[in-house]
Design a protein around this ligand. Structure first.
Ligand SMILES: CC(C)(COP(=O)(O)OP(=O)(O)OC[C@H]1O[C@@H](n2cnc3c(N)ncnc32)[C@H](O)[C@@H]1OP(=O)(O)O)[C@@H](O)C(=O)NCCC(=O)NCCS
Length: 204
């Protein structure tokens, strides 16, 4: 197994650990967290340091995954992904053994496809995305970099999602709709028409 370091020590990191353990391709060397987490452990793995220690941790593992979550802003995940790439870390794609990714689909670097998620034929998912538990990405969908498609969300065929967008749990996008960059779609939303860059969608 190859070593991997997880960057972020919160709830999303715990879900990522479960997937990496089940996948069995990487051994988790430890995590990176905020200063007061250093020295603690997460599901038995040590928090080795903070972001400032990453250049040194590169000696322990050439691989890293951003395990900070994303709801209101993609900024921390983008900053970490870009700085890890600059430091020369490899950012592998992590696929749960319980996910299905069509061999005709593409999934970018540093993206995690979580348990029960499905990526159908001719779909394209960018770098540093989270496809969360039971997310459905249908055929011909395009999801740009740094997006989070939350638990049980359905992105129907040919829809497009711009970079940095969050789509809340149990939402659905109509086929062929275009959602812009840096949008926040709340949980339980039905998106029936195009959404402009930077929109916040919370229909009641
Ligand atoms: C969109 C969201 C981030 C807003 O959070 P927030 O900025 O803290 O906003 P608040 O909770 O203060 O809610 C503001 C108002 O919008 C309403 N609202 C919040 N989320 C809503 C939603 N998804 N649908 C409809 N209305 C919503 C609230 O009821 C509140 O209404 P009020 O002003 O009449 O009291 C949050 O509600 C949400 O949907 N989170 C996503 C959860 C999720 O999918 N997690 C992913 C796990 S994988």
């Amino acid at each position: 197994m190859e070593p991997i370091i997880l960057v972020g020590s919160g709830g999303h990191a715990r879900a990522c650990i479960d997937i990496i353990e089940q996948q069995g391709h990487f051994s988790i060397v430890g995590l990176v967290g905020i200063p007061h987490e250093v020295g603690t452990s997460v599901l038995g793995y040590p928090v080795l340091g903070t972001d400032a220690d990453l250049p040194g941790l590169r000696q322990k593992s050439p691989n890293a995954l951003v395990t900070v979550g994303h709801i209101k802003t993609p900024a921390p995940r983008i900053r970490l992904f870009e700085s890890l790439a600059k430091m020369g870390f490899c950012l592998p794609t992590i696929l749960s053994p319980r996910a299905y990714v069509s061999r005709h689909a593409s999934v970018g670097k540093g993206t995690i496809v979580m348990h029960g998620a499905l990526v159908n034929a001719a779909a394209s998912v960018g770098h540093n995305c989270i496809l969360n538990t039971h997310a459905v990405v249908e055929h011909d969908v395009v999801i740009a970099d740094h997006c989070h498609v939350s638990t049980t969300t359905v992105i129907n065929s040919g829809a497009q999602v711009g970079a940095g967008t969050f789509i809340g749990s149990n939402s659905s996008l109509r086929e062929l709709v275009k959602v812009g960059k840096n949008c926040l779609i709340g949980m339980g939303q039905r998106v029936l028409s195009d959404v402009e860059d930077g929109s916040r969608i919370l229909n009641r």
